[in-house]
Design a protein around this ligand. Structure first.
Ligand SMILES: [Zn+2]
Length: 295
């Protein structure tokens, strides 16, 4: 168990504009909303600093899971929406870069992490990979969004159809995430771990289960072991059905602790989404094939 310290102002300012940080502090003290879907209370600023500090503590510990709220992946440099105030995973990634060069961020929340994508869109040192329901909030994350300038090819978006299911997402991890990650060769792996794609969750409709999340974690853990000595940090994002959320987090912790063996890691029946997924994966390989090789 790790006890987080609030993130330092400079650590937050490595990602966010200082004017935005001051605005969050002032609105929080007044109890005024940051945006229509992101209310603040008098304690929100301190809670947001602690959440970012928790993600930093997970990076420093390594092989850790930051169980933090508020989530962060919708927060951009100068804007907070979607319950997100500061971008915890981005702040922790910049902190990791004090010692490690290349960071892979895997975002499996049901929503696209538009804030994280924006922050690193032109940055080849951080590869942002996201699976998310599409079309869905916040509206971004189509497969043609692949990065800009020097960052071209270092954003990989996998928009998923409704009821993709465990088998569909695992297929994406095997056919797209793993080959891209093995070519990128990260020095640190971070996961924006949202669980609102769970079949019981009221906010998404991907139809994932806790077993699926456990298997996704096994794949990401393997990427970290194969590339960077197992250096990995998970950071909680969404997940709004508390029982499903707790079961899913536990499945990930079991995978991290080696209690979930690769024997559990068998392909599941593809279900009705199988054909649609094959087409989608082909489309993504075509777009990303400008930057990465796929076997
Ligand atoms: Zn979400």
């Amino acid at each position: 168990m790790l006890t987080p310290r609030p993130a330092e102002f400079e650590q937050v300012a490595a990602v966010h504009d200082t004017g935005y940080i001051r605005e969050v502090e002032a609105l929080s003290r007044l109890g005024m909303p940051l945006s229509p879907d992101t209310p603040l209370s008098g304690a929100s600023y301190d809670a947001a600093l602690l959440a970012a500090g928790g993600a930093i503590a997970a990076v420093d510990a390594g092989d850790a899971f930051a169980l933090v709220r508020p989530p962060g992946h919708h927060a951009s440099r100068d804007n907070g929406t979607g319950f997100c105030i500061f971008n915890n995973v981005a702040i922790a990634a910049r902190h990791a870069q004090e010692r490690h060069e290349k960071i892979l961020i895997v975002d499996w929340d049901v929503h696209h992490g538009n804030g994280t994508q924006d922050i690193f869109y032109s940055d080849p040192s951080v590869l942002y990979f996201s699976t998310h329901l599409y079309p869905h909030y916040p509206g971004t994350g189509w497969l043609s969004e692949t990065g800009a300038g020097e960052g071209a090819g270092f954003t990989v978006n996998v928009p998923l159809p409704v009821w993709t299911g465990d088998a569909g997402v695992l297929r994406v991890f095997d056919e797209i995430l793993v080959p891209v990650a093995m070519q990128f060769k990260p020095d640190y792996v971070m996961v924006s771990a949202g669980f609102d794609g769970h079949v019981d969750d009221p906010l998404g409709s991907l139809g994932l289960t806790e077993d699926g999340y456990g298997d996704m974690a096994l794949r990401v853990k393997q990427v970290a072991e194969d590339n960077c000595g197992g250096r990995i940090a998970f950071v909680l994002e969404g997940g709004y059905h508390f029982d499903a959320l707790s079961r899913s987090v536990l499945a990930v912790l079991d995978s991290m602790a080696g209690k979930r063996c690769s024997g559990d890691n068998s392909p599941k029946p593809a279900g009705e989404s199988g054909g649609r997924m094959a087409d989608r994966i082909r489309e993504i390989k075509k777009v990303q094939g400008r930057y990465w090789e796929f076997g």
